[in-house]
Design a protein around this ligand. Structure first.
Ligand code: ADP
Ligand code: MG
Length: 243
């Protein structure tokens, strides 16, 4: 496969200034993600994983370095341009689900389509309903988030993320709020939807078994990318397998 990278990061730095002075959160990250692949970002709590994900997805802007997402240079791009790129091409799943509490499951899933425009309300709702059925929630379409279990809420969030057929799905600890069995079911569904859509997956997780299900693993330590023994072995096995 010789496709252009979906994400290409060079020398990425993120610095913030707070009451105690300047803090460097990410320092000189290089990273390439190819179309249709999956990459796990792992590292200790506070190492900079969520910050990195936000920069890759165009939710946040870098202090230095370059991020190319789907051929667009994000560094220096205005927020409204980044928002337009996100609306058209990117899906998100978060640890805390982040569903709209005053909207039903169906309305939550239809919302990105309505924001995008282009479809009639009837078409948007039909597509949202089909996706809720796909994630096993055909009987829960008119429920509000607070009436759904954590696993059900995360499945609604997956349906919402995929309803626009995003080229890239970004997931930040999507099982972090779920028990192990529920988490596994949600992850299986996420990989399945990802494959069916031909989407590229960028997954932040502290679960190494989950990370190993991805094509490659990126380890972040205190804002730097590192390659440790276990992951180096994983990389070597990929090279051997010719991927
Ligand atoms: N806006 C901010 N202002 C100050 N510190 C921040 C900000 N965002 C993140 N941090 C700090 O940067 C570090 C990395 O945060 P984060 O990317 O959330 O880590 P992770 O997702 O790996 O747990 C943490 O020490 C966090 O407190
Ligand atoms: Mg985080």
């Amino acid at each position: 496969m010789n496709s252009d990278p979906v994400i290409e990061v060079r020398g990425l730095c993120k610095r913030v200034t707070d009451a105690t002075g300047e803090l460097t959160i990410l320092d000189g990250i290089d990273l390439t993600v190819h179309a249709g692949g999956s990459v796990a970002i792992v590292g200790a709590s506070g190492s900079g994983k969520s910050t990195l994900l936000g920069l890759l997805a165009g939710l946040d802007s870098a202090s230095a370095g370059s991020v190319r997402l789907l051929g667009h240079e994000l560094t220096g791009m205005a927020e409204d341009q980044r928002a337009a790129l996100r609306n058209g091409s990117v899906g998100f799943v978060f640890q805390s689900f982040q569903l709209m509490p005053h909207l039903t499951a169906l309305e939550n899933v239809a919302l990105p389509l309505e924001l995008q425009g282009g479809l009639s309300t009837r078409e948007a709702f039909a597509r949202a309903r089909a996706l809720l059925e796909r994630v096993g929630l055909g009987q829960r379409t008119s429920h509000y988030p607070k009436l759904l279990s954590g696993g059900e809420q995360q499945r609604v969030a997956l349906a919402r993320a995929f309803v626009t057929h995003p080229a890239v799905l970004f997931a930040d600890e999507p099982t972090g709020s779920l028990d192990a069995a529920t988490g596994h079911a949600v992850i299986d569904l996420m990989f399945e939807l990802n494959r069916a859509n031909g989407a590229t997956l960028v997954l932040v997780t502290h679960d190494i078994d989950l990370a190993k299900r991805c094509d490659s693993i990126v380890t972040i330590e205190a804002g730097h990318r590192v390659i440790d023994g276990a992951h180096a072995a994983h990389e070597a096995s990929r090279v051997e397998a010719g991927r």
